[in-house]
Structure formats: C-alpha cells, structure tokens
Design a protein around this ligand. Structure first.
Ligand code: SF4
Length: 399
C-alpha cells in the first residue's frame, strides 16, 4: 500500500478530523473537574515541595500530562460534545491511564474489543465515530475505518506523526528503519505499519547484536530466530542492513535511542568509511521533548536525599516504566502504582516491581520524618497525583 498517498487522501476527507471541533471552552470545565488539582498547583508554586507534619513530599519538576496527551483527551471530550448521539468508539485506550479511560467509558465511549491480542472491529458500523488515540493507529486500521464509512477523529500526537514521516522518508530512500521500541506497543505497531523494511530493537543490547552482525560477526539463523517477530515480512539481514535509519517509540529513554543511533553510525562508518557514510546511515532527531523533560526531572529528583519514590502511571505505560527504571538504577526504594487506591489506610501498598507481577508491601511509609519523591508518567492527570499525596498524608497523620 502507498501509505503516504493514503494518508494524504484521508487528510482531505470530510469524514476525518485531526484539529478538534473548536469547542475547547465547552469542555474546559469538565476537564478541570476530572483531571486538574489545586493542591498540585500550590505544590508547584511552592518550589515543588510540600511539608506536612513528618511527611515531606518532593515532586519532580516535570511530570504528568504532556501537551500531546492533554490535547488528545480534550479532543475526545470535544468529540462527545460534537456527536452527542452517534456511537463513539476508540481504537484503544486513549492514553495509558486507567482513570482517564474510566471517564471516557462513563461518557459512553466504547473501546474496540480485543480477543487474544486481535482487535475486533465487527461492531463498528457506517456512520460511527471513531477516535484514534494519542499514540496513533496502524495504517490498516485507518483504512478499515475509512472503508467502513466511519468518521475518524485522529488525536495522534504530532510528535508521533513526525516519527511516521521519518520512516516514510526511510522507505522513500530505501533505508531500513531501525525502530527503538517495544514490538507490541501500539505506537510501535503503528509506526512500523508506515515503514517499509523495518527491524524493531528493544534496547542497546539488541542493537549491539545487530551492529555486530552488520560487521560480519553473526549467524544468520540465530539472527532470524531472535528477531522473527520484530521485523518486516521477508526481512533479510544480509540485504536489509546495508542502509539504515533510526526511529523510535517516542516514550523510550532518549539517552538509549541516541546511543543506538551513535552505535549504528559508528558501525556504518567502520564498514563503509566516511565518504560513503551518508549512503548507509540516516541521522534522526524526532525524540519527544515531554518524555525527555520528565526523564531529566527524574534524574534531578533522584539526586536529592529521598527515603522512597512513588512513580504513578499505567502499568502498560512505557514512559512511566522508564521513570521507575531511573529510581531503581539509583538504588532508591520505589513503588510503581497506577491508581491512588493501591495505597491503603493500613499503610500497605500494592505495587508493580519492574518486570514482575503486582505485590503488596506492608510498612509503606516508615515511622519518623520521611521524604518521598513523586513523579508520574505523561498520561497521569494531576488529580490522580493529588489523591496519592492525600493518602500518604492520611497515613503519616495517623502514625
Ligand atoms: S509523550 Fe510526547 S509523543 Fe507522547 S503524547 Fe506526549 S508529547 Fe506526544
């Protein structure tokens, strides 16, 4: 499929909207009530600190909703106003946050059901309105919805669209897209649907394996066994790693994406020499600022003396998981929770250690003076952070 031409024709369709409906004022009140917080506003004004009895809270200086998410959520609310009686669908969680998705369910927005990892669009009918989430949708999904005569409201973050343009460029100039991302993440699925030849790499370790292969140090069968589910159909490592460009899932660690980029640049330099480098490697700069800002703020926060960290965000939120990784790398006792309800009055906390199942810890807040660092992923509303802090205040007061 000519994805570029399809996208252009979709953008010109009168059943497609990616700019909202000019109803921002009408939905502002509901958004404020559902997601904003005066407590968080006052903590921000107080240098991102709160002292309450024995409890000191230190907030990261950048956390929570990024503008791409804010924009997507506002567009979803506007869509409901604009189509008050039409059947409204969303192809996936609009963002990875349970409370936001619950609010949408209450507004009678239907989520496309998923059966064993496969989305079932059979309930979607001509004339239905379908919202595409902040991290986008695959080109095949867009085509299906368009063919079915749906109205499409596309809230894909412009940063994500920028990555899609990058992989389109790779395709046009016959470069393989090396996508730094999680192979099953919706954003990476969407990005690879716009790519021509691609290979998805999770981390630097996988990138080093591939770089080594490019330099002639690998075994083809082991390569294919390792990346069978992470590459485009018909991918041939001996043919398709001659010319590469890098792209990423926007919520991966920026430092790692950059390192992967530098690794492939060095590899191509070694293999082909400086004069031919541009024929074999395409530089890349489409890393989302919001993810970077939250990561930088987290690095500053973990430099302070903290007794523990609470990282708030959906368990399937990539950028939240990366914030948790930073806390772990500094050896700080840290808890990843998705909702305030994970913290109970009896000072227990149900949380998800990195790569493990949910677990419950007692003595969440130790006795005596305590400093807690808090951050949240780009899809967590301030209101959720407020409720987490209120629960901690209640526990510290009771002690
Ligand atoms: S984290 Fe970045 S790419 Fe993702 S929605 Fe927010 S602004 Fe867009």
């Amino acid at each position: 499929m000519d994805t570029h031409a399809f996208k252009r024709s979709l953008h010109n369709s009168d059943r497609y909207n990616r700019r909202g409906f000019g109803r921002a004022e009408e939905v502002a009140g509901s958004l404020e009530q559902a997601y904003q917080s005066s407590l968080i506003g006052s903590i921000r004004e107080n240098g991102y600190q709160l002292s309450h009895g024995r409890l000191n809270v230190r907030l990261a200086e950048a956390f929570g909703f990024c503008w791409g998410v804010e924009r997507a959520v506002a567009m979803a609310y506007e869509t409901r106003k604009h189509y008050p009686s039409e059947r409204l669908w969303i192809t996936n969680e609009i963002i990875h946050n349970p409370s936001v998705n619950d609010h949408l369910r209450k507004m009678n927005v239907h989520f496309i059901p998923v059966d064993q990892g496969v989305k079932d669009f059979s309930g979607v009918e001509y004339g239905d309105v379908v919202i595409l989430p902040a991290f986008g949708a695959t080109v095949q999904e867009m085509q299906l919805l368009n063919d079915r005569g749906c109205h499409i409201v596309d809230t894909t973050c412009p940063w994500v669209s920028k990555v899609w343009n990058t992989v389109e460029k790779h395709k046009k100039h016959v470069f393989t897209s090396i996508i730094h991302g999680k192979v099953k993440h919706e954003e990476t699925l969407a990005t690879s649907s716009f790519a021509g030849t691609y290979l998805v790499l999770l981390d630097l370790e996988e990138a080093e394996y591939v770089a080594d292969y490019i330099l002639g140090n690998g075994d083809r069968d082991s390569f294919m066994a390792r990346f069978a589910n992470a590459c485009s159909p018909g991918f041939d490592p001996d043919r398709d790693l001659e010319r590469v460009g890098v792209a990423n899932q926007t919520t991966m660690l920026k430092s790692e994406t950059e390192e992967i980029g530098r690794l492939f640049e060095r590899t191509m330099l070694t293999k082909f020499g400086p004069i031919q480098l541009n024929e074999h490697f395409l530089a890349f700069n489409t890393i989302c600022d919001a993810t970077q800002e939250r990561q930088d703020a987290m690095f500053s926060l973990v430099d302070e003396p903290l007794d523990l960290m609470v990282v708030i965000g959906g368990y399937n939120s990539s950028n939240t998981t990366h914030l948790q990784e930073i806390a772990i790398s500094r050896g700080i006792r840290s808890f990843h929770i998705d909702t305030p309800e994970r913290i109970s009055e009896d000072n227990t906390i149900e949380h998800k250690p990195l790569g493990e199942d949910l677990t419950r810890d007692t003595d969440f807040l130790p006795s005596g003076p305590i400093t807690v660092g808090i951050t949240s992923g780009a899809s967590t509303p301030d209101r959720v952070v407020e409720h987490v802090i209120q629960r901690m205040i209640a526990i510290s007061d009771a002690d």
